[in-house]
Design a protein around this ligand. Structure first.
Ligand code: SF4
Length: 324
């Protein structure tokens, strides 16, 4: 049984499979981004092409010079700071309706956090890693949305969190186009188990916002809810909290199950705790029972299918988890 999903809108670095626009005239390939194409609307951008640097082009680097980041192109002995900043600002306009972004890691333009920054221009020494010129603007404007670089998305946990957040935010964005309290109540109820696994305290704050005892205008309620939503989904859920939620979900149907059936699901939850099976194995088992008993409450829960099943990819590079 496949749920209905929105089509999130994602900003993406053009070289990640959309055009051969890298400095060396190449593009990169990502299996995950290829699969995503069927489920999201991508808007691809290349700040360096936008800045008129051409393809191919000599590489650029970020250099700290007199307390200011300059963009230096060594092969041409010139700075292209103003051109790149102008192009990046232009591309960063009107980003409000994006649900997320996938940017190229390590790029002096697109990186979110791992571009190399050098000290000085003439005899540069590596100083630290930081955001690229465009990446910094994207973080400023979309930092509370689902924003990642392509390298971190090769990590299974970060990718799963990215997808959960992306689709939850997209559902909310569509809801907020014509805000209605009844729809917000339904959204909150459908996301209950998922958000409990993320952050119980924040989920309860969201509940108070939805209850709207102060009788605030709908637009204000949506604004407050959106702020809390960003907080709930700020970091990936903890396995321990997810296990509590899975037991909570099981509680809704456990009385209707035989002892053997119950033990089978409990054992599978414990296998998930030991990282021997992925979360989807447990949620599919619970969903199967929800279908069997036609359990309307559980079948409505986003937790059972937070994003399209076809996006489930269990591969894991193990990279990126150390980066908070
Ligand atoms: S990393 Fe950004 S600026 Fe560089 S080629 Fe890709 S899209 Fe263009």
């Amino acid at each position: 049984m496949e749920h209905q999903f929105p089509r999130p809108k994602i900003l993406i670095s053009r070289c990640l499979g959309f055009a051969a626009c890298r400095y060396d005239g190449q593009q990169l390939h990502s299996g995950f981004i290829d699969i995503l194409r069927d489920h999201v609307d991508f808007v691809d951008v290349c700040p360096e092409v936008e800045a008129g640097l051409g393809v191919p082009r000599p590489p650029i680097r970020l250099c700290l010079q007199e307390n200011r980041i300059e963009v230096w192109q060594p092969a041409k002995s010139r700075t292209v700071t103003e051109a790149l900043r102008k192009a990046a600002s232009h591309l960063a306009q009107n980003m409000t309706d994006f649900d997320g972004a996938i940017l190229k890691s390590k790029s002096p333009s697109c990186a979110l956090q791992d571009a190399k920054i050098y000290n000085g221009i003439t005899q540069p020494q590596f100083l630290e890693r930081g955001s690229g010129i465009f990446g910094a603007l994207v973080l400023e404007q979309l930092g509370h949305k689902a924003v990642e670089d392509e390298q971190r998305l090769s990590n299974r946990i970060l990718r799963e969190h990215f997808l959960i957040k992306l689709f939850a935010l997209s559902r909310f964005r569509i809801l907020a186009i014509r805000p209605s309290m009844a729809d917000l109540v339904a959204y909150h109820a459908r996301h209950k188990l998922l958000f409990l696994a993320y952050n119980q305290l924040r989920f309860r704050l969201c509940g108070k916002i939805v209850a709207n005892h102060e009788r605030l205008p709908v637009a204000e309620v949506f604004h407050q809810y959106q702020q809390e939503l960003g907080q709930i989904l700020q970091k990936p859920f903890l396995t321990k909290a997810m296990i509590n939620t899975l037991y909570h979900a099981l509680g809704w149907i456990s009385e209707a199950l035989s002892t053997r059936e119950k033990h089978f699901i409990i054992n599978t939850i414990e296998e998930y705790r030991d990282e021997r099976v992925p979360l989807q194995v447990v949620t599919r088992l619970i969903e199967a029972q929800a279908i069997r008993f036609d359990h309307a409450y559980l079948l409505e829960q986003v937790l059972l299918q937070p994003f399209p099943l076809k996006l489930t990819d269990l591969s894991d590079s193990g990279r990126g988890r150390e980066v908070e």
